[in-house]
Design a protein around this ligand. Sequence first.
Ligand code: 9WN
Length: 420
Amino acid sequence: MMEARPAVDDAALGREAMAVLEANWTGTGTVPAPGLYPHQWSWDSAFVVIGLARHWPDRARDELLSLLRGQWATGMVPHIVFHTREAYFPGPSVWRSQEHEAAPHVLTSGLTAPPLHGLALWWLYQHTGDEAFVRNTYQALVAQHDYLASARDLGGAGLAAIVHPWESGMDDSPAWDEPLAALPVIRYGYRHVELDERHPDSDHDRYVWLAMRYRDAGYSPGYLRDEHPFAVEDPMFNGIWLASCEAMAELAPLARADPTPHVEQAARIRQAMIERLWDGCFYARDLRAGRLIRVSTVGGFGPLLDPLLPSEHLQAAVEILESARFMGATGYPVPSCEIRAAQFDRTRYWRGPSWVNTNWLLRRAAAVHSLDHLTQQLTNGTLRLVRQAGFRECFDPFDGSGRGCRDFSWSAALTLDLLA
Ligand code: 9WN
């Protein structure tokens, strides 16, 4: 049921968003939400940087620096940085980052997340003109990209593979069902809060098993290449990486660096996405099974972030996005899975609900391609969601009611950007 909320005007909505971000600041970073996610998450932080770029640039800078304190000497930016003592599962005792020579002093997870940070830095620069900050952080992001190109190109074609569903940021997306089903059935009985909205126990146990296998192999790239049973080329992860490569190419002169490697990297990713992930729309590729995972999710629109995506792919993908498979059928943008898929579930997390961050990314993609009507639709639809239901974690795409936790940082931060 739609929750009743008094009508809020733009100014009040903006104030509410700032208050959420202020409350979620721990003194060292912004937590995605109090209680449920009490540490700093990588792509959440990048969205916070983007949202605060115009409104609170000092805080945006601190947010990025704080996250980068968790970067490993390998260049890997971990998906969680544990700055606080609050319990979370899987926490530091599962990841044991302190036992790894490449890990920093601050405790972190051993997985990575969508590399949105180059785009976030570019966004911050656009709104602040702060060249010194670009110079300070540029090399860290070069190292992040080098890590992906060297340790994660498991398919050998120029794309980065995710080695765990958590690395996608879209944890229980139906795109991971097939590769997860190929893993042994695990029954640890680990429990996490509100599992019903996330993953059935058996899936969650597989997630933990997969993470611990990687940990027990010393987070080794050789193990990932030769043995790790989950390796997927995801169009959203790689579309975000491509957008960050393009952002880094534009920032390079400010850091007195050569843009060419970033331009070349972007071209490699573009070509590989088209050759390996496209078949009428973009799908994820299961490297272990050697085939595309043919379920259409919001992740399939990640490559639209590329301004140089050939127009035939752009047009075909936008047609699908606007059709009754996605936005055309729901009252609110953008369901996380196509609604005609057997796996679609409007109540379950990344299996149907709409998310502010993916809406924002698609709005960015629409703007990059000057698709003004789509840009406006995504802006208005997203603002309608948060106006009506508040800064929830995700939303029912049909009636707009809020799901998951409240006071969710990226929902607040990106609202600030949408209001601007
Ligand atoms: C696991 C923090 C994170 C987001 C992800 C979202 C969810 C965690 C979970 O929360 O993932 O990392 O417990 O399911 O899927 O996108 O970064 O907000």
